[in-house]
Design a protein around this ligand. Structure first.
Ligand code: ZN
Length: 492
């Protein structure tokens, strides 16, 4: 079944047909780098990452652009507050964004244009609109787009962005393409010369100019296949992008498919109390959360549905992602030359179910359910002595390469004698990996002894010592004890 996507333009699920067979241009509105991007922003970026990965898995050559908004009202205000130049202020947050993105296993876009590197195409775009008579210079020296409401197609919601705009407007529907330079802009180096007056680009103009410059340069086109972002961008950002881009190119469309991800609400979490309802990926990383768990949490809800982030939901996702990690380890350890019949059948089902789910407007929750079904079938088959072969592993790997929801875990089972004499044990953790593992194992042995002596206070204390070092002790039903360390994946 071919890919179908919900298009905000038509409010329908449509068959996806790119302008050119086999290739897709994808523009995803990126972060405004005045501060750390929060986990809500990353919900959108993760949905876009899944879209990108699924398009590629479906055989498309994807050219993905994600802009970095490094000049706008917020970046200028933040730079002024700090008393540094705009360029200096945003660099730290650009670096932080990439760190967070890599932690969350979000693939590199083909291009990360910074708005301030594309002033020239923005000036050309404004000149073109002035020449066509669809833009005018206001009394304040700024250039506005003359809105013709009938050409606007996206109409929902509202954004604080418009009200936070400090510039006066003759008409509320006319938006600023180019904002005349104020002394405070000059102060932080956020003003550029242009034939129509010194100033800086408006936020909406930035995306249109960068998208057109980059797809023009890459594929010689002036219409995007897909434009994606959060629902809060539908109005006015995307509406304004459409209006000015179409007026400039003379085309009746700027992007063929408009995809929008829903909000993430942070509800009653400890994190929100700590950080005033702003949670960033770095908070989660500091808490030792594997990125697989965050991706799983996001993908368990369809991108067009609101999602509540709660401590319970996060804990559930961590546990589920950990179980996938254990399954992955077991699959690897049990690999054989040939697939058993049950594994062949299960792999076929996973492949088919994942394809059907993601082709159906990126139905990730259904895709995730297929992965867990595979896990359950796989465990049952291995319990019965069957073994996974090349196909069972390849299908798992391909699936994981699309979703990346599995926690990387290392489980050390307590078997035999601890390499460190329990008597010599201190709370100092050896620096090397093997030493640290032996250390954790030895502590787990000592804890088991304490428990057998009914010294539960000591057993709890040891649990705390291990936890402080990133290890978790688990008492299994069969009487064995495990120490498990959750490791945070580093690669993208
Ligand atoms: Zn944008």
């Amino acid at each position: 079944m071919p890919l179908r996507l919900f298009n905000t333009l038509t409010r329908q699920v449509e068959l996806f047909q790119p302008l050119q067979p086999g290739r897709v241009s994808l523009y995803t509105c990126g972060p405004t780098v005045y501060n750390y991007a929060h986990i809500g922003n990353f919900r959108t970026f993760l949905f876009e990452d899944l879209l990108r990965r699924w398009l590629e898995a479906s055989g498309y050559d994807v050219f993905q652009i994600m802009n970095l908004t490094d000049v706008d009202d917020r970046t200028i205000a933040a730079a002024r507050e700090k008393g540094v130049s705009l360029r200096d202020h945003v660099q730290h947050f650009i670096d932080a964004f990439h760190e967070d993105r890599q932690y969350l296993r979000i693939k590199d876009a083909s291009a990360y244009p910074r708005a301030t590197d594309y002033i020239r195409p923005m000036v050309v775009l404004v000149e073109g609109l002035l020449k066509k008579g669809v833009a005018y210079t206001g009394e304040d020296g700024s250039v506005y787009f003359l809105s013709r409401i009938e050409t606007r197609e996206l109409k929902t919601g509202a954004s604080a962005r418009v009200s936070s705009d400090e510039y006066p407007k003759e008409d509320a529907r006319d938006f600023a393409l180019w904002k005349a330079a104020r002394p405070e802009d000059e102060q932080v180096g956020a003003a550029w010369d242009a034939p129509f007056g010194r100033g800086r680009p408006g936020w909406h103009l930035e995306c249109s100019a960068m998208a057109l410059a980059l797809i023009g340069g890459h594929w010689g086109t002036d219409v995007l296949d897909i434009h994606a972002g959060g629902v809060d961008l539908i109005f006015p950002h995307h509406e304004d992008e459409i209006a000015q881009s179409c007026a400039y190119t003379g085309r009746n469309e700027f992007a063929r498919y408009w995809l929008h991800g829903e909000f993430l609400n942070i509800r009653g979490t400890k994190m929100s109390k700590r950080f005033g309802n702003i949670t960033t990926p770095r908070d989660l990383r500091e808490d030792g959360v594997d990125a697989g768990a965050i991706r799983l949490l996001m993908f368990q809800t369809h991108y067009r549905q609101k999602l509540d982030l709660t401590d319970e939901a996060l804990a559930g996702a961590r546990e589920a992602s950990r179980r996938l990690g254990e399954f992955q380890n077991r699959l690897l350890e049990s690999r054989a030359e040939l697939d058993s019949p049950s594994f062949l059948a299960a792999a076929g089902r996973l492949e088919q179910d994942l394809r059907d789910a993601l082709d159906d407007d990126l139905n990730a929750p259904r895709g995730v359910a297929a992965v867990f079904a595979y896990m359950n079938e796989g465990h049952a088959a291995m319990d019965a002595g069957e073994r996974p072969g090349p196909r069972a592993w390849a299908v798992w790997e391909r699936t994981e390469d699309i979703l990346r929801i599995t926690s990387e875990i290392r489980a050390v089972r307590i078997t035999g004698k601890a390499e460190i004499e329990v008597e010599d044990l201190t709370e100092n953790i050896p620096a090397d990996t093997a030493g640290a593992e032996a250390w954790a194992r030895a502590w787990a042995v000592r804890r088991k002894q304490a428990k057998s002596e009914r010294n539960f206070a000591e057993a709890d204390r040891i649990r705390g010592v291990l936890k402080g070092a990133g290890w978790e002790v688990r008492d299994n039903r069969d009487g064995s004890v495990e120490v498990v360390r959750m490791t945070v994946a580093k690669e993208g």
